[in-house]
Design a protein around this ligand. Structure first.
Ligand code: ATP
Length: 322
């Protein structure tokens, strides 16, 4: 019966995502900060920090086209470039956002697929696209009727989608009574972790190596003290202070903005309905799974949740077909 109810909930959410569009997820009024591709990278850092954001669409004003999304991955690439070519620090300081693709190439990073979706397409499609490309955020790009030009309407993230489900589809999320353990939700082996004395650079290298965006910081008893996130590198390199990357994670975490959302934990017996409840109430970016003594057990990323909600119990063929 539990399985039946769970599947009923999942199907309900999938249907909901098929009849809603990305446009529906956007608030009635919002601001969008778009950065000109010719801006100096170091200036873009200040703009992000001043506005309390961690990513922004880029605009190529020469050709009047959308030029991709600036995210913390770009800053991590820049740091890797700096590590590989330390003599070019002056050059790094004068890089413009438009040179990010060259930096990517120079360090041999896989270029991120520049995907976008039309805001009026079903939300389900945006979700599928996200899972397929591993993009954590997708720009919504429309074409202006009059000028025929591309327009970036907004950016949709995994967090916004899960929040939208949590707020508007409680009817179905309450049916999800399977526990984290039963669903095998998240990652429980080969976890990448660090301690307060690890250097920021060590943690960045871990994130690159494992292709992840957060590393739990543990004490000597494996208890979770904090989580270092990819976005935490932004204040670290503000003002071109690349030498500060050698400082410890402990020092770096003190640079977090006052409105930092905090870290969220759960245990293996928590049910998916409770996780949706947490998402409904708070700005969750991932859940750290701990035991009763706060020792690390695993990590549930938003992509793990989205993947489960969209794909669990689906036919293999269907997954490949779309
Ligand atoms: P975001 O956290 O920005 O939403 P994401 O959802 O893609 O991005 P990642 O943190 O990149 O999440 O996680 C990708 C996969 O790696 C997930 O399956 C997640 O469970 C796993 N994972 C996340 N953090 C770690 C870690 N520190 N060690 C090992 N695996 C991890």
């Amino acid at each position: 019966a539990l399985d039946k109810e769970q599947m009923q909930g999942l199907r309900g959410i999938r249907e909901f995502l098929k009849v809603r569009t990305s446009y529906d997820v956007l608030p009635l009024s919002f601001r969008l900060i778009v950065l000109d591709n010719e801006l100096l990278i170091r200036k873009s850092l200040n703009i992000l920090i001043q506005n309390g954001i961690v990513s922004a669409p880029l605009w190529d004003s020469k050709n009047s086209t959308f030029a991709g999304l600036l995210t913390s991955t770009d800053f991590i690439n820049l740091i890797q470039y700096y590590c590989q070519f330390p003599d070019e620090i002056d050059e790094v300081d004068n890089f413009r956002l438009s040179s990010l693709r060259d930096i990517e190439r120079a360090i041999g990073a896989l270029p991120l697929e520049t995907v976008s979706v039309h805001p009026m397409r079903p939300l389900y499609e945006a979700c599928r696209r996200m899972l397929k490309t591993r993009a954590r955020r997708i720009p919504l790009v429309d074409v202006d009727d009059e000028t025929g030009r591309e327009m970036v309407v907004s950016v949709i993230t995994q967090y916004r989608i899960l929040k939208f489900i949590a707020v508007n589809n409680e009817k179905h999320t309450i049916l999800l009574k399977r526990s984290v353990r039963e669903m095998n939700l998240g990652t429980y082996s080969h976890l990448a972790t660090a301690d307060m004395n690890s250097s920021v650079l060590d943690v960045i290298h871990l994130m690159v190596k494992h292709n992840i965006s957060a590393v739990p910081i543990l004490d000597k008893d494996n208890k979770v003290l904090n989580v270092f996130e990819a976005v935490d590198v932004i204040p670290c390199i503000k003002g071109g202070a690349y030498d500060e990357l050698a400082s410890t994670v402990g020092d770096a975490l003190e640079k977090r903005a006052d409105d930092f959302a905090g870290i969220y934990t759960c245990n293996e017996d928590d049910r998916l309905d409770a996780i949706f409840e947490t998402i409904r109430k708070s700005r969750v970016h991932r859940l750290i799974v701990v035991d009763d003594d706060y020792r690390l057990k695993g990590i549930i990323s938003l992509s793990d949740i989205l993947k489960y909600v969209l794909l669990f119990g689906e036919e293999e063929d269907d997954i490949r077909g779309s």
